[in-house]
Ligand binder design. Structure first.
Ligand code: PLP
Ligand code: COI
Length: 341
């Protein structure tokens, strides 16, 4: 997985490739967090009765490092990721990893795997996956007092095949991703497990993802399996306000960039009927970047709403602006990048 030609880096999928090493910290109530441990080992020492294996005590994050046009290495919006990770840990009653430790883990895993960082111009990046699991053993359902915090990484291409090409998404109300006052606003493994069956249904229709509706009334647009939703209409960037979606850092970034491009931003509940009126719509996220939505297939009535065969001009302008900041082509006026090297 090293010394790849540029075209090979460009062909990377959003997948896991082994790198040189990963980073771990363990927590026990009487000793606190351990020092950083560096290892080549791709496996974890987890007891049979660990909370993460049985009761879903597992959370993760996703962020990216980029080799810039100037040769520097930047991690995008690390501080925002720290805050969301800590919120997920609090929700799962897991020990909360300190900010400094998360920052150290993310920066060090990049520094120590630099030969796996895709070169500038290949469209690829290095994906960082911080992960926390509860490791206390018990048959009783209770918070795990012990935990492992791991950061590993992998070079990746875009989450949806083919870069900025349209994907189709399906609306399906057979299963919800999360409960109305559940865990939709944090990034925990259980949310993704619950998405798998509706995801399979969507795939059977030829769609790349599900567009979930709000779980209380099924009247409003929520988000996709691994990305937020946005739409463009009448020169506005419109995105759901909902307590059951993950607060996407990419979405927040796009809102700021949209405002800077003179595009009005509306964050509000979006009744599902509005899908008939959108000029452009898309998914956004760290992995997805921006994936334009070509069609929304409403499985409740079989209707199909068509938006684009390529990418709309506003979505593309936002995509370009985002990448320019991440790759150091445009000035980072908001201080979103952490320079690692
Ligand atoms: N929503 C879900 C369910 C996700 O898994 C992701 C991916 O991280 C997002 C939204 C996008 O969030 P972010 O932009 O912070 O990566
Ligand atoms: C990301 O986009 O970073 C995510 O974490 C989504 C993931 C489920 C692939």
């Amino acid at each position: 997985m090293v010394n790849l030609a540029d075209w090979e880096w460009s062909e990377l999928r959003f997948d896991y490739y082994k790198t040189d090493c990963n980073i771990r910290y363990s927590f026990a109530p009487d000793t606190g967090w351990s020092d950083m441990q560096l290892t080549e080992d791709e496996t974890l020492p987890v007891p049979l009765a660990a909370a993460c294996l049985h009761y879903g005590s597992s959370l993760f994050e996703g962020l990216k490092a980029f080799r810039g046009v100037d040769g520097k290495v930047r991690i995008f919006r690390l501080e925002d990721t720290v805050q969301r990770l800590q919120a997920s840990a609090a929700r799962l009653c897991l020990p909360i990893p300190p900010r400094e430790m998360i920052v150290e883990g993310c920066c060090e895993v990049v520094r120590r795997n630099l030969r796996h960082l895709p070169p500038y111009g290949t469209g690829a990046a290095m994906y960082l996956r911080p992960l926390e699991i509860g490791t206390s053993t018990s048959f009783g359902v209770k918070p795990s007092e012990e935990a492992l915090f791991v950061v590993f990484c992998s070079p990746v291409g875009p989450y949806f095949k083919g870069g900025i090409r349209p994907i189709d998404v399906a609306i399906d109300c057979e299963q919800d991703r999360v409960a109305a006052r559940g865990t939709g606003d944090v990034k925990i493994g259980a949310n993704y497990a619950a998405s798998l069956l509706p995801y399979r249904h969507a795939r059977e229709l030829g769609c790349a993802s599900v567009l979930f509706l709000d779980p209380l009334e099924h009247r409003y647009l929520d988000e996709c399996v691994a990305a937020n939703f946005f739409a463009i209409r009448d020169g506005k960037y419109i995105t759901p306000k909902s307590t059951t979606i993950l607060p996407s850092i990419t979405n927040r970034t796009l809102q700021t960039l949209a405002e800077e491009l003179g595009i009005e931003v509306e964050v509000r509940p979006i009744p599902v009927e509005e899908i008939a009126s959108f000029e452009e719509c898309g998914c956004c996220g760290t992995g997805a970047i921006i994936a334009p939505i070509g069609n929304i297939v409403d499985m409740r009535n079989g209707k199909r709403y068509h938006y684009t065969d390529s990418v709309g001009s506003t979505s593309f302008a936002l995509y370009q602006r985002l990448l320019d900041i991440q790759y150091g082509v445009a000035e980072d006026v908001h201080g979103w990048n952490t320079i690692v090297e």
